[in-house]
Each structure stands twice: as structure tokens, then as C-alpha cells.
Design a protein around this ligand. Sequence first.
Ligand code: SAH
Ligand code: SF4
Length: 380
Amino acid sequence: MDEASNLLQFDKSALVEWLGRAGHKAFRARQVMHWVHQRGGADFEAMTDLARPLRAWLHDHACVQALPVLAEQRSRDGTVKWLFDVGAGNAVESVFIPEASRNTLCVSSQAGCAMACSFCSTGAQGFNRNLSSAEIIAQLWWAEFTMRAALGLPDGERAISNVVMMGMGEPLQNYGALVPALRLMLDDDAYGLSRRRVTVSTSGVVPMIDRLAQDCPVALAVSLHAPDDALRDQLVPLNRKYPLAELLGACERYLAHAPRDFITFEYCMLDGVNDTPGHARSLIELMRGRFPWKCNLIPFNPFPGSGLRRSSPQRVAQFAAMLADAGIVATVRKTRGDDIDAACGQLAGEVLDRTSRRGARVVPIAAAGAAPSALPGHSA
Ligand code: SAH
Ligand code: SF4
């Protein structure tokens, strides 16, 4: 028998083609997708509406290979973080963030990141490797069915309503694996999320922003962090390759295809570095007369050795107020899961847990490829 193919890797067209090569009809792909992505099925024998010969064939040729979970941590505020083993000593993290009106999963695209932004702990660890489409979707698959069970949701009700590609890695540097994973997130026969509820966050890989507009236009968030090239060159080294004028041009082109009529700029608030009234004025000036945008201010989340400090709440409020006075919607991102280091920029994929000493709960799980089970004691 050939090595079994992991069904988590296939978007619909790839699954139709793969099944078709073995003589299976196209509508079987939809049935298999329902079992895997909508019911969390991994046992082909239980997929009773599939013809028996197809079940037997899948048993011999396919598998649903989840990522081994090294640890699961639950924050006091309901945030849940998983550390997944991706082999060779590498690990990636995903974070489930419950809110009143939505439940968001923050998903990783790479083990490590090559972009080396100075304020990011993933950047500080360097680049290890790209995740495959299956490894990206495995994070959603695991989180969706684990949380459905944990929250006691009735059959068919989804746990996760929004996905943000804001975990570890630069998604647009892993474009080939990203797009099939996005297509599965959007597919009504899989996770069925609307384009506005799936967000790709990028540090500004200009050519890939243009390709995403053509291939799979989901909501776009751009990590700006500075109002001029000199400062952005320091904070986001990729700016030396794609400076602001090019990045803003790509954002404007993207808007013609985007599911929303604005671009979100993320702006990490660093004390004394990019958070003064002068910076706010420059930002307003930079964007004057361009295109609709919103600003998401993220108070810097410190990590060991960064040498940077979080802006004071007064500074953040002043910055937000200046943008609001100029007619720009500015929100301040709430820090979630800070007792388990699950906040933006703190995901380091460390195999050794460094939060247990602070009293957070760590639940090691030894399941690889098994169907997720309920989390004991979780309350929504
Ligand atoms: N690589 C992509 C997506 C992952 S980072 C990107 O850079 O956009 C998700 C967001 O968290 C980005 O806006 C990033 O700039 C921000 N971020 C990174 N480190 C941070 C930190 N230490 N504190 C607050 N935000 C941070
Ligand atoms: Fe990579 Fe994003 Fe971190 Fe920059 S902020 S190092 S692009 S993960």
C-alpha cells in the first residue's frame, strides 16, 4: 500500500481530482468533506453514507492526520492556546478567543518567521519552515471539534466563526499552502466561513497581496506600525524591499476585490518609538486622500529580551483620539489570554512551557490523529 494521503491537505478541486484518479465520482468529494470538516470524522467505517467500496478504499489510501498536541492552556478569560508539534523540534501555536458576538481562531502559517520584526517574539526565533495546507487546516480542525465538545454545542452548530491568520509566521510568504487552506475555510462543504470573517494579516509582501486579490480575496489586515519609511525600515525590515508607497498602492488595488470596503492597519504601540502625537499626525498625513482604512492599535506585548516597552494607556488613548478627530476609526485591541502568553506577538512555539510557573493550567495531550475529546471543566 502507498503511504496514506492526509485528507486535510485537499481543497475541493484537489479532492475531486484525487478521488477521480481512482475512479470515484465528483459528488463523493462533498460527502467526504462533510464528514471530515463538518463532523470531525476521522474513522472511515463510521461514514455510513459512503458506499462500502469507497470506505474500504479510503481505509487503504487515506487518513485524517491531526497535529500532535503538545500542550493546551486555558486562560481565566476563556482563551485557549494549543501548542502543536510539527516535527524536528518545531512547534506552532493557535489561539481560540471567545467574545460575545464571535469566536475567533488565530492560526499559524509558518514555524518561526523570517521577517525579523523587532517587536515580535516569533520573529526573534527566526524561520524554521513553512507549514503545509494540511498543517494549517489541522489547527482549525482540532480547535473546531475540541471546542464544540468543550462548549457542549448541539450537532451542526459551529464553535469558530472567524479565522485570523495572525499566529506565527508571515502567511503571504507561504502562499502556495495558504490558498488551499483559505479555500477550505470558505467552502460551504467544509467550514463555510464568509470572506469577511477570514482575515489574512501581512507585514506587507506586495506581490502576494496582488495575487491574493485575484486568487482568494479575504479580509486583509496590514501590519503598518510606522508612518514613515525610516522608522518602518527599523521595525519591519521587509519595508526595505517594499516601502510604504508600494505597500499602500497594493492596498488600494486590493480594495477593488476585498470583501470589506476598507483596509485594516495594525499598529503595535511601542513606548517612545512610534506612539507620540507627532507619529499620529504623520500617519494621518500619510493617509490623507488615499482610501478608507481603520486602525487597530495593539499595545505591545512584551517578551524576554525585546528591549521594548508597552505604551502607556494614556498614550494609546491620545493616539486613538487624534485619529478619531481626523475621522478615522481607531480601535484598541484588548489583550486576551495574557496569563498564558497567548497575546499578539507572544507566540514562540516553545516546547517548554514558561507560563506554568505563573499558575496557568497546562493540559498535556498525547493524542495524535485521534478524534478530539471534551475538555474537562471548561466553561464558556
Ligand atoms: N506575520 C503577520 C501575521 C502574524 S503577526 C503580520 O506580521 O502581520 C499578527 C499581528 O501581531 C501583527 O500585526 C504583528 O505586527 C503583531 N505583533 C507582533 N508582535 C507583537 C507584540 N509583541 N505585541 C503586539 N503585537 C505584535
Ligand atoms: Fe513575522 Fe509578523 Fe512577527 Fe513580523 S510580526 S516577525 S512578519 S510574525
